[in-house]
Design a protein around this ligand. Structure first.
Ligand SMILES: O=P(O)(O)O[C@H]1O[C@H](CO)[C@@H](O)[C@H]1O
Ligand SMILES: Nc1nc2[nH]cnc2c(=O)[nH]1
Length: 295
């Protein structure tokens, strides 16, 4: 990243301006933010009393360019809980720096959101994972961070959080436990896992050697998102739950005839959309009752 372009970083005031623009137009305060992964935009379809903002109409917002990411910020009620949903996220491979990809998380924070649910489509590295399974993220490996790229790069904004935030408790353990219980009650026992997610820059899918290396490092699922959003959310002290929908098997053998593609990712997401709507609905309900409404 070119840091001579520091002046292009969002200032606190720009994020505030975006949050104020939205607050003026939305008459309730969302407590939970949901980021919809590839093909998972239908998570927003059940929101009641929706107020929608195409990203292009929101001051300072980037715009989505990927198929399966509609590019709308949607406010509404899910299971009677006020939420804000990103129907479409931003990826590094679209040409956005990581701080820009993660900017909506800070907007959510200034709007009063305390809990973030980040969802994604990912390739399954773990030998037990099947297409359609859900992996609750218990930890991540910030591969882009290893290479010196991080959404918190640049001058720190103390009003959001500290210069050196811890990341060893990034994913809320109690919410993972509760989500497993919720998933099991929905009949998903055999499709639920907890595991380690990693994000690569993309847009190409991985080589066999890269996937083997990631597996050796302890990664269970691989994608091109989420990590920078989670880091930004934890920096400003939001609670985080993240899960991956396993949309394709990672190809670890040279003689495989298969090749991954975005269509199979979208198809797998579509196949699971109804289940995921129920799953997320119940998690949101739990968070609101047990966390947000407590004095
Ligand atoms: O992480 P999400 O946005 O769910 O999408 C994943 O799926 C796309 C590849 O098919 C990539 O954008 C990857 O990151
Ligand atoms: N990097 C990466 N991203 C994905 N998103 C969905 N599937 C995959 C995958 O196999 N690899």
């Amino acid at each position: 990243m070119n840091f001579s372009a520091n002046q292009e970083l969002y200032t606190y005031e720009m994020i505030e301006q975006t949050a104020d623009f939205l607050k003026l137009r939305v008459h309730f305060q969302p407590k939970i933010g949901i980021i919809c992964g590839s093909g998972l935009g239908s998570l927003a379809q059940d929101l009641k009393d929706r107020i929608e903002f195409p990203y292009s109409t929101i001051p300072n917002f980037p715009v989505s360019t990927v198929e399966g990411h509609a590019g709308k910020l949607i406010f509404g009620f899910l299971s009677k809980v006020p939420v804000v949903c990103m129907q479409g996220r931003f990826h590094f491979y679209e040409g956005y720096p990581l701080w820009k990809c993660a900017m909506p998380v800070r907007v959510m924070k200034l709007m009063g959101v305390s809990h973030l649910i980040a969802t994604n489509a990912a390739g399954g590295l773990h030998k037990n994972y099947k297409v359609g399974d859900i992996m609750l993220v218990k930890d991540h490996i910030n591969m882009m961070g290893f290479a010196g790229n991080n959404p918190l790069q640049g001058p720190n904004e103390d009003r959001f959080g500290p210069r050196f935030p811890p990341m060893n408790k990034a994913y809320d353990k109690e919410l993972i436990k509760k989500s497993i219980e919720i998933g099991e009650n929905l009949g998903l026992k055999d499709n639920l896992h907890t595991g380690v997610y990693t994000c690569l820059g993309g847009p190409n899918f991985e080589t066999v050697a890269e996937l083997r290396a990631l597996k050796m490092l302890g990664c269970d699922a691989v994608g091109m998102s989420t990590v920078h959003e989670v880091i930004t959310a934890r920096h400003c002290d939001m609670h985080v739950l993240a899960f991956s929908l396993i949309t394709n098997e990672c190809i670890l053998e040279y003689d495989s005839q298969n090749e991954p593609n975005h269509e199979e990712v979208m198809d797998a997401a579509k196949m699971r959309q109804d289940t995921l709507i129920k799953f997320v609905g119940k998690i949101v309900d739990y968070i609101y009752k047990e966390r947000c409404c407590r004095p």
